[in-house]
Design a protein around this ligand. Structure first.
Ligand code: ADP
Ligand code: MG
Length: 260
């Protein structure tokens, strides 16, 4: 990170982010940078703050102090002189539409087809023309390997297929950044691979991604950097080799050995 500001190459900059729920400090002085086109994997035990951090990046939560910028726009709180400025709601909505989020549980609209799920936000939120949204949605379904299942409802799809639709749905807003929060944790083991393959393709195409995951093989393969968190703090951040393959940090080593 260059000083106190995001530069043109930086997609996400977190600067001294703290998050408290009541008296509990869930994020402690978290700072990191994700450059354009990079993949950052977040690993760490359950409760270490990975989801909260992703929610702060998407402004579903506001940091208690510190700030986060996404694509040069500041979210949360940023100290300017003596004042803390909060982004206006309109800004937050616009910023959020530039960030795609895929959760652990497939949260598709159950009463809509795969195609309609993907078209919903571009038409409903962005005001795209139906024809254009449909053409784009079909391209995205093709990209995640589900073109022939466009008219199916979520319950007619496997968990892996539903999660691939959820990824296509997030991509429909043409995000600058994709956030994944344990996207394969709820899947049967035999369905994990197809979702990771879609994510791998996305990374190869240059999408900037932050991925909370327990899939160490995927992280080792795809991540540019891996961040190991414990109890709200960053314990270590480095290359997959430094964190996962030959962990230089004793706690990271123990965690990685237990998970894989
Ligand atoms: P992870 O995703 O790494 O499992 P989380 O970010 O979900 O970690 O949670 C970090 C800590 O924050 C946990 O102790 C959790 O109980 C707490 N936490 C998360 N969300 C809330 C909330 N809305 N209110 C109170 N505590 C929360
Ligand atoms: Mg979590």
């Amino acid at each position: 990170m260059s000083g106190n500001h995001a530069t043109g190459d930086d997609m996400v900059v977190a600067h001294r982010v703290h998050k408290q729920f009541g008296h509990v400090e869930v994020l402690k002085d978290v700072s990191f940078t994700v450059r354009r086109g990079e993949v950052l994997c977040l690993i760490g035990p359950s409760g270490s703050g990975k989801s909260t951090l992703l929610r702060c990046v998407n402004h579903l939560e506001a940091p208690t102090s510190g700030w986060i910028s996404v694509n040069g726009e500041y979210m949360g709180y940023r100290r300017r002189g003596l004042h803390l400025h909060e982004q206006r709601t309109a800004d937050i909505c616009r910023l959020r539409s530039r960030v795609g989020l895929v959760f652990q549980a497939f949260n598709l609209f159950p009463h809509m087809t795969a195609l309609a799920n993907i078209m919903e936000a571009p038409v409903g939120v962005k005001g795209d023309r139906k024809q254009d949204a449909e053409r784009h949605a079909m391209e995205l379904l093709d990209r995640v390997g589900l073109a022939e299942k466009a008219k199916r409802h979520p319950k007619q799809l496997s968990g892996g297929e539903q999660q691939r639709v959820a990824i296509a749905r997030a991509l429909a807003m043409r995000p600058d950044l994709m956030l994944f929060d344990e996207p394969t944790s709820a899947l049967d083991p035999e369905l994990v691979g197809e979702v990771l393959d879609v994510m791998r393709d996305l990374a190869r195409d240059g999408m900037t991604m932050m991925v909370a995951t327990h899939e160490m093989g995927f992280a080792a393969d795809v991540a540019d950097s891996v961040m190991f968190m414990e109890r709200g703090s960053i314990v270590d951040v480095g290359t997959p080799n430094e964190i996962l393959i030959n962990p230089r940090n004793e706690r990271a080593r123990r965690f990685v050995n237990n998970v894989s």
